[in-house]
Write a protein that binds this ligand. Structure first.
Ligand code: ADP
Ligand code: MG
Length: 701
C-alpha cells in the first residue's frame, strides 16, 4: 500500500547525512522520508512576478529581478574587513549589489556573465539602486528553481537548524530533493469517486503543490484536499466508534407512550410546548423506541425550557416501567429541579426522591430504600447519585443537566447502575456551534431547542462605565420599587480566592449603604453549602431583594421575579459566561435588564465581548463569536475535548469543509462500513494507521 521509501531514514536523503538527520529528529520530529513530506511550509512569499529595474517605483519593497552579473569584485574596507561588490543588469538598468558576509560562498557560486534571478529590497542611494544580501539563483540551475521566480515556501526553522544550513533555503532544497526522489511514490488514500465527488485534487498533486505551488490556485486546491483529508479521517473514526458503541450499548426499548405521559400532557401541562420542544421530544421518542442506548445532547439556550423536555421523557420511561435519574452539578440546582419536578410528578401520582450531600441520615436512607424497591420513580440529585450505596430497582433513563460540569467517567458510573444500560440524555445551555458539535460529539446525537417560550421580552443589555454608577443605582432603585429583584455579580479572579471574597464583600457593603431600605443577600464559594443554600432560598422566596454574589449563581437557578443582572468588571468574564449570567434574568414576562459594568482599559477582545452581548441575545450566535475569539482549542479545551490537533485544518475557519468531510464520511460508512471494497483498500490501510495513532481521541461524550 505504501511504498517502502516512506520509511527510509531521512539521513539517506541527498544533502542530509547523520548530523543533520539527528538535528531534524530532535528539533522537528523528522525521522523518515514520510515525516519530511509532511513538514509543511509555515508561509509562502510570492516571488514569481519579475520587475524591471528601469521601471522600479521610488520605494519598491521586495522585488524579483532577472538579469546578469556584469561585475563582481572584492573591495577592501577601511577596518580591514572586505566586502563584496557586484553589478547586476537586466537591460533596463543596473543595481549595485553588496555583501558583508558569506563572501566566499557567493564567489564560488556565481560568475560574471551568468543569468540570474534575484530577490531583495532595492534602495536608492546617490541616484543608484543598491541591494544588500540579495537572494540569488542561477536561471539554469540543474536541479530546478527553488528560491526565486516562484511562490516560495518558508519552513519553520530555528538557530540550531540554521547553523547546519537548515534555514529557509536549506529546507527548500531538502523538500525539492525529496520530491525529486519520491513524488512518484506518493500514494492516494481516497477513492477516485470520492475525489471526483468532492472536487479534490489527488494526494500526489496536493503534497507536491503544498511544497512547491505552481500558482495560488494550485496551492488553494492542495490545502483544500489536505484539510479535507484531516477532517475526513477524524469523522470516519468518530462514526466507527459510534457504530461500535451502538453495537455494545444495548438499552431497553421504550415502546409505549402510556397513561402517565398522556394524562400529564392532556390535563396538567401548564403551558403549550414550543415547536422546538415538540420536535426535540419527537427525536427523543424515536431514539427511545430502539433497543440501543440513546445518547442525546439537548442544546437549548437559557430559559428555552429543557426541564419540561426532561420531565416528559421521564414520563415515557415510567410508562415503560422504568425509573429515571436527573443529575445536576450543584445542590442548589438539584433542589430547584426537585421542587419543580416533584410538583409536576405529584399530579400524576409519581414519587420523587432527592439525593444531595449533607442530608440527614434518616432522610437519605428513606430515599435509598425507595429507589431500591422501585417505589420511587424519579431520583434527582448531585453526584451523590453515583455513589455506591445508591441502588436502583429498574433504572431506564439518566438525564444530566449542564453536561460540561461532569466528566465522561462520572456519567458512565451512573449507567452502570443498570443492565442493560439506561438511556442517556444530556442537557446544556452552553451551546456549541452546530458544526463543532458534529465534530466533537461524534458518538452523541444533538437536538437543539432553538425557540424560546412565547411572551418573553428580549433582555435589554447595556454597557456602563464607573462614571455612570449613580445613574445605574438610580435605575436599580426604580426597579426595586416596582417589586423586582436584582443580582449583582462579581468576577472570579482565579489567582486569589481571598481577593474575590473581598470584592464581593465590598460590593455587599456598598449595596447595604446605598439601598438601606432593602434587604441584601450574599453568596460566594467560601460559604458553607448550608449557608449558601439558605441565602439562595431567601432570595428565591423574595426575602432578600438584592443578591450579591460570585459566579456561583451561574447555572440554572430560576427566580422569575429577578429582572436585573448587574455584572461588575464585565470585561473580565468570558463571553459564554456573560451569556449564562444574563440568562438568570428574563425568565418571566416582565422586561429584564442586564447591565455590564466595564472597567476603563478594555482589551480589543474585551470590547468585542461586551459588544456581542449588546448585539444579540441568541446563545448560538454568542457561542459562535466566542469560538471565533478564542479558537477551538481554548473554547473547548483541546485536551478535555478529545479533539485532535489538525495540522492544517481549522475547525472555525474551515467549517464548511468540515461539513463536507462529515457528509463524505457518513456516505462512505453507509455504503461500505467495513471498507471492504477494492477501491477502498488504500483508504482502509491509511485509516487503520490513523486510528492507531489517535487512540483515545474523540471520546468526549
Ligand atoms: P432551561 O432550558 O434554561 O433549563 P427551564 O426549563 O428552566 O429552562 O424553563 C424556563 C422557564 O420557562 C420555566 O419557568 C418553565 O416553566 C418555563 N417554560 C418552559 N417551557 C415553556 C413553554 N413552552 N411555554 C411557557 N413557559 C415555558
Ligand atoms: Mg435548566
Amino acid at each position: 500500500m505504501e511504498h517502502p521509501i516512506w520509511n527510509k531514514d531521512v539521513m539517506y536523503l541527498k544533502r542530509v547525512g547523520p548530523q543533520r538527520a539527528q538535528l531534524l529528529a530532535s528539533e522537528c520530529q523528522i525521522r523518515t522520508y514520510r515525516d519530511l513530506l509532511h513538514y509543511y511550509p509555515r508561509k509562502y512569499v510570492d516571488r514569481s512576478r519579475v520587475s524591471r529595474i528601469g521601471q522600479l517605483p521610488a520605494e519598491p519593497g521586495f522585488v524579483t529581478l532577472v538579469g546578469k552579473l556584469t561585475h563582481l569584485a572584492l573591495k577592501p574596507s577601511r577596518k580591514g574587513r572586505n566586502l563584496l561588490q557586484g553589478t547586476f543588469s537586466d537591460g533596463t538598468g543596473t543595481v549595485e549589489l553588496v555583501w558583508f558576509q558569506g563572501i566566499k560562498w557567493i564567489q564560488r557560486q556565481f560568475k560574471v556573465g551568468e543569468e540570474l534571478a534575484l530577490f531583495g529590497k532595492p534602495n536608492r542611494y546617490h541616484g543608484q539602486w543598491q541591494l544588500t544580501h540579495p537572494e540569488m539563483e542561477p536561471l539554469n540551475e540543474e536541479d530546478g528553481q527553488r528560491h526565486v521566480l516562484q511562490i516560495v515556501p518558508f519552513y519553520p526553522s530555528n538557530d540550531k537548524l540554521g547553523r547546519l544550513g537548515l534555514d529557509a533555503r536549506g529546507f527548500r532544497s531538502l523538500l525539492f530533493q525529496l520530491l525529486e526522489e519520491a513524488a512518484g511514490h506518493i500514494p492516494e488514500t481516497l477513492s477516485p469517486a470520492l475525489c471526483a465527488r468532492f472536487q479534490l485534487v489527488s494526494r500526489r498533486e496536493a503534497l507536491t503543490q503544498i511544497h512547491y505551488p505552481r500558482s495560488h490556485e494550485a496551492l488553494q486546491a492542495a490545502l483544500r484536499r489536505l484539510k479535507f483529508e484531516e477532517f475526513f479521517f477524524f469523522q470516519l473514526m468518530l462514526l466507527r466508534r459510534r457504530a461500535v458503541a451502538r453495537a455494545q450499548h444495548q438499552s431497553p426499548p421504550f415502546t409505549r407512550i402510556g397513561a402517565y405521559f398522556n394524562t400529564f400532557f392532556a390535563e396538567h401541562m401548564p403551558f403549550s410546548l414550543t415547536g422546538a420542544q415538540k420536535r426535540v421530544l419527537k427525536e427523543i421518542r424515536r431514539d427511545l423506541a430502539q433497543p440501543v442506548q440513546m445518547n442525546r445532547l439537548i442544546q437549548g439556550d437559557v430559559g428555552a425550557g429543557k426541564t419540561m423536555v426532561a420531565f416528559m421523557t421521564m414520563l415515557m420511561a415510567r410508562d415503560n416501567d422504568f425509573q429515571s435519574a436527573l443529575m445536576a452539578p450543584t445542590a442548589i440546582l438539584a433542589e430547584q429541579h426537585f421542587r419543580k419536578i416533584t410538583a409536576m410528578a405529584a399530579k400524576v401520582g409519581l414519587k420523587t426522591g432527592l439525593l444531595v450531600g449533607g442530608q440527614k441520615k434518616k432522610e437519605r436512607q428513606a430515599v435509598l430504600e425507595g429507589l431500591a424497591s422501585g417505589e420511587t420513580d424519579i431520583a434527582i440529585g448531585t453526584h451523590a447519585l453515583i455513589e455506591d450505596p445508591v441502588v436502583f430497582h429498574r433504572l431506564g433513563l439518566v438525564v444530566v443537566d449542564e453536561q460540561h460540569k461532569f466528566g465522561v467517567v462520572q456519567r458512565a458510573r451512573l449507567w452502570k447502575k443498570a443492565t442493560p444500560f439506561p438511556h442517556n440524555m444530556i442537557m446544556t445551555a452552553t451551546p456549541i456551534p452546530r458544526t463543532l458539535a458534529m465534530s466533537v460529539y461524534g458518538d452523541v446525537d444533538v437536538s437543539i431547542i432553538d425557540e424560546l417560550p412565547p411572551g418573553r421580552k428580549p433582555i435589554k443589555t447595556v454597557v456602563r462605565g464607573e462614571g455612570k454608577r449613580l445613574e445605574v443605582f438610580g435605575f436599580l432603585r426604580h426597579q426595586l420599587q416596582q417589586g423586582q429583584q436584582v443580582y449583582v455579580v462579581y468576577p472570579l479572579v482565579e489567582e486569589s480566592e481571598k481577593l474575590d471574597l473581598l470584592a464581593v464583600e465590598k460590593g455587599f457593603e456598598l449595596m447595604e449603604r446605598y439601598f438601606t431600605e432593602y434587604r441584601i443577600g450574599i453568596v460566594h464559594g467560601r460559604q458553607k453549602p448550608e449557608d449558601k443554600e439558605l441565602e439562595m432560598q431567601r432570595f428565591v422566596k423574595g426575602e432578600t431583594h438584592i443578591l450579591v454574589s460570585t459566579t456561583v449563581i451561574e447555572v440554572g437557578v430560576d427566580v422569575a421575579n429577578a429582572t436585573v443582572m448587574v455584572i461588575e468588571n464585565a470585561e473580565r468574564f468570558g463571553l459564554s459566561q456573560l451569556h449564562q449570567l444574563r440568562g438568570r434574568v428574563g425568565r418571566g414576562s416582565t422586561q429584564s435588564y442586564c447591565i455590564l459594568m466595564a472597567g476603563q482599559k478594555l482589551s480589543a477582545d474585551g470590547k468585542r465581548r461586551l459588544k456581542a452581548m449588546q448585539e444579540t441575545n441568541d446563545g448560538f450566535r454568542i457561542s459562535e463569536i466566542d469560538l471565533e475569539l478564542r479558537g477551538p482549542g481554548d473554547f473547548l479545551g483541546t485536551r478535555q475535548s478529545g479533539l485532535p490537533e489538525f495540522q492544517l485544518a481549522n475547525l472555525v475557519e474551515d467549517r464548511d469543509l468540515l461539513a463536507l468531510a462529515r457528509q463524505a464520511a457518513g456516505e462512505l460508512t453507509a455504503q461500505d462500513p467495513q471498507l471492504a471494497a477494492p477501491e477502498h483498500q488504500s483508504l482502509r490501510f491509511f485509516f487503520e494507521k490513523y486510528v492507531k495513532r489517535n487512540i483515545g481521541l474523540g471520546t468526549v461524550a
